[in-house]
Ligand binder design. Structure first.
Ligand code: SF4
Length: 401
């Protein structure tokens, strides 16, 4: 149920339409699609932010969480290389730059976790015909054997459906086998924007929105929790965004299996879509990034967590987003490749010290969480912080696989 905002009635808005939305929230009423449209279109962005911040504070107070995670992208070989026109990461098998890690390479990359700081592997890659159930099951078993303390969050709904097709198995059979091998939760990537009209333009061969929801429903039914995303800032309309959020909210009503909503900003460099739109070098506006997060917080009233992905929107925007309804930051990330392949210019890792400084700079209290968003350590007192150290053994910027 929506969380009431005790003081919403006391807000002043330059757009009177926000006052009626504030009253609805304060009364514990659910926002409808018309409200979502108002939130997307009003010129009173700060009013939207204040509402989202109030709802977020009612759920989480001043605590902002992060997880110490490491991204591993095991293969960039993908059968949809030619049809996902927003993607600059994928390669055909014989194309220059194509790679598929051996198990030894995965373990070598994962070895950063040997210091005990990394608590989660975030594993996603391309739809590779040579990377089926055995490839990933063997990988997960080896990772669990070598790093038993590390949670495995792996394989988007799109990858699960691809493996199922390859193996001629159902989604449920693949998910059950991977869970047995060590899969703990699923990331939310691959959603893009659910609208069929948008998918026709940006990803016409990719798993459709209804099937993305279907895979997550199946996972939740098996007790595998997941995140969900939306790619925004390309060709989608406001109505497309609203319908996407509606589908996520509906599944959350049904299963309660989503852990967090993570809006993902489209990056126009080094991909075909960016050239078509004449958008190279023009990332999403910071105002859109903030609005997307705030509307997510307000419309998705049945979600506990809204995360800002600093790799995509930059650290300064993520810091401001902590006042726009965000309660979680992408954590310390080691060697992210996918968004850097399409022009993200952010660093590829943040140290613990940098994260603590960023969160405290917004007047919030940093807290490390586990992969189920349970707080495992609060950092209330800077005097008690660990001594500064390297950023989880991150390689030099620009290092390639
Ligand atoms: S977005 Fe994913 S599925 Fe599409 S080409 Fe890139 S890696 Fe492949």
């Amino acid at each position: 149920m929506p969380t009431p905002v005790p003081s919403a009635a006391g807000f002043r808005f330059t757009d009177p339409a926000l006052a009626s939305i504030a009253a609805k929230i304060a009364a514990g009423s659910r926002l409808d699609q018309g409200d979502a449209r108002t939130l997307f279109e009003t010129s009173d962005l700060m009013g939207v932010g204040r509402l989202a911040d109030a709802v977020n504070r009612a759920k989480h107070g001043d605590v902002v969480t992060f997880a110490a995670n490491q991204h591993i992208n095991p293969t960039n070989v993908c059968i949809l290389r030619k049809t996902c026109v927003f993607c600059g990461y994928a390669r055909l098998p014989k194309e220059q730059g194509a790679y598929r890690y051996t198990l030894e390479q995965v373990l070598a990359e994962a070895s950063h976790a040997a210091d005990g700081l990394t608590k989660e592997f975030h594993i996603v890659g391309g739809l590779d015909m040579q990377a089926g159930l055995e490839y990933y099951a063997t990988m997960f078993r080896a990772l669990k054997a070598n790093f038993p303390h590390v949670h495995i969050k792996a394989l988007t709904a799109v990858e699960i459906a691809h493996i199922a097709r390859l193996e001629k198995k159902t989604w449920a059979e693949v998910l059950a086998a991977l869970r047995e091998a060590g899969l703990d939760t699923m990331p939310g990537g691959g959603a893009e924007t659910f609208s069929a009209a948008v998918r026709d333009i940006i990803a016409d061969k990719k798993l459709g929105g209804a099937d993305y929801i279907g895979v997550h429903r199946t996972a939740h039914g098996l007790g595998i929790r997941s995140n969900c995303t939306m790619l925004y800032g390309h060709v989608e309309t406001v109505q497309d965004r609203i319908e996407h959020l509606q589908m996520l909210r509906d599944l959350q009503d049904e299963t309660g299996g989503f852990l967090a909503f993570i809006p993902l900003a489209y990056h126009p460099d080094d991909n075909e879509l960016g050239a078509t739109l004449d958008r190279r070098g023009t990332a999403t506006a910071g105002t859109l990034d903030l609005r997307m997060l705030a509307v997510g917080r307000l419309f998705l009233d049945n979600f506990s967590h809204v995360k800002s992905h600093w790799i995509m929107v930059t650290q300064p925007v993520s810091q401001v987003a902590l006042h726009f309804g965000v309660n979680d930051l992408e954590g310390t990330v080691v060697r992210e490749k996918i968004y850097h392949a399409v022009g993200a210019t952010t660093p590829q890792a943040m140290s613990l010290e940098q994260l603590l400084r960023l969160i405290r700079g917004a007047g919030k209290v940093p807290a490390e969480r586990d992969s189920f968003y349970r707080v495992v350590r609060r950092y209330d007192d800077p005097a008690q912080d660990p001594a500064p150290g390297p950023s989880l053994g991150a390689p030099p910027l620009g290092a390639s696989a």
